[in-house]
Ligand binder design. Structure first.
Ligand code: C2E
Ligand code: MG
Ligand code: MG
Ligand code: MG
Length: 264
């Protein structure tokens, strides 16, 4: 709420209902009016020191020029279904960016909502976009989070398998938060697990460090690559090296920017 005051967002509050309605109508026109854009955050291969991928993050600008943060508009887009159109726009935009970056052969990772995976036409639409734009699927990664409950695990697994046949890789995002991340590991094989930034932050304490070690071990035992999110300091980068983490991402390596910079 500004200053030292904290206000909890109450969706039942009249003011907030109006606010959410405004965002919902903004989302309906956002793509057509050029109010959405992407920024790209580098992903570093810790052993080689090279930037191997960029994560595309969506930005929404209101007509008055203010920026609406994803934690505000993504849940509303998911509730209203606007995430479908926005999601296809993100895939197209990321593909355009990949094509302009030839011959760098960069990978771009995209955040994909469970709402998108549950749409019956999703796999076919993605297939059509890639074919039309002539982008090989192995240039794309889809990052999944478990913020929402899944209606049918079988349908989602089938959709993911179709997309894997195109060469698209899957990363599990925000591991260790929300619905825990473990339930998806039961039925989806991920290429890489992204450990949520809260765990690196907690490494300052003995207990936190132990927790971090356990989570890293759990992922390593499964033979899955590990990415640690939220690396903000040299000290945290040292921890990432000490634990032999495969990939790292965070402000220390590079903040999200409008252009993909290979040098950080
Ligand atoms: P995420 O996918 O886990 O993305 C990481 C978020 O952490 C980004 O916030 C990024 O700017 C921020 N971040 C990166 N490095 C650091 C760091 O070192 N420290 C800290 N404290 N934060 C860092 P952002 O861009 O606000 O996005 C928030 C979330 O919104 C994303 O979390 C993702 O779940 C969702 N999101 C963003 N773009 C899209 C999209 O195109 N589609 C969907 N479905 N969700 C999206
Ligand atoms: Mg992500
Ligand atoms: Mg994340
Ligand atoms: Mg997230």
């Amino acid at each position: 709420g500004g200053g030292n005051s904290v206000r909890i967002f109450d969706p039942e509050n009249r003011e907030n209902i109006d606010f959410s309605k405004n965002i919902a109508s903004l989302l309906r026109v956002a793509v057509g009016r050029d109010l959405v854009s992407l920024v790209y955050q580098p992903v570093k291969n810790v052993a080689s020191g090279r930037i191997e991928a960029f994560e595309a993050l969506m930005r929404l600008t209101a007509p008055d020029g203010t920026s609406v943060p994803p934690y505000v508009f993504i849940p509303i887009a998911e509730r209203t279904g606007a995430i479908l159109e926005l999601g296809y726009w993100v895939i197209r935009r990321a593909c355009e960016e990949i094509l302009t970056r030839e011959p760098d052969s960069l990978t771009v990772s995209i955040n994909v909502s469970p709402v998108q995976l549950m749409a019956p036409e999703f796999a076919n639409s993605v297939t059509a976009i890639l074919r039309e734009m002539e982008v090989p699927g192995d240039r794309l990664v889809f990052e999944l989070t478990e913020r929402l409950e899944m209606e049918s695990e079988e349908d989602v697994a089938a959709c993911i398998n179709d997309l894997k046949l195109l060469g698209i890789r899957f990363w599990l995002d925000d591991f260790g938060t929300g619905f825990s991340g473990l339930s998806w590991l039961r039925f989806i094989e991920f290429d890489t697990v992204k450990i949520d930034k809260i765990f690196l932050r907690d490494c300052e304490t003995r207990e936190g460090r132990k927790m971090f070690r356990d989570i890293v071990q759990l992922v390593k035992n499964r033979g899955t690559n590990i990415l640690v999110e939220g690396v903000e300091t040299e000290r945290q980068m040292a921890i990432v090296r000490e634990f032999e983490i495969d990939y790292a991402q965070g402000f220390y390596i590079g903040a999200p920017k409008a252009i993909m910079h290979l040098k950080t």
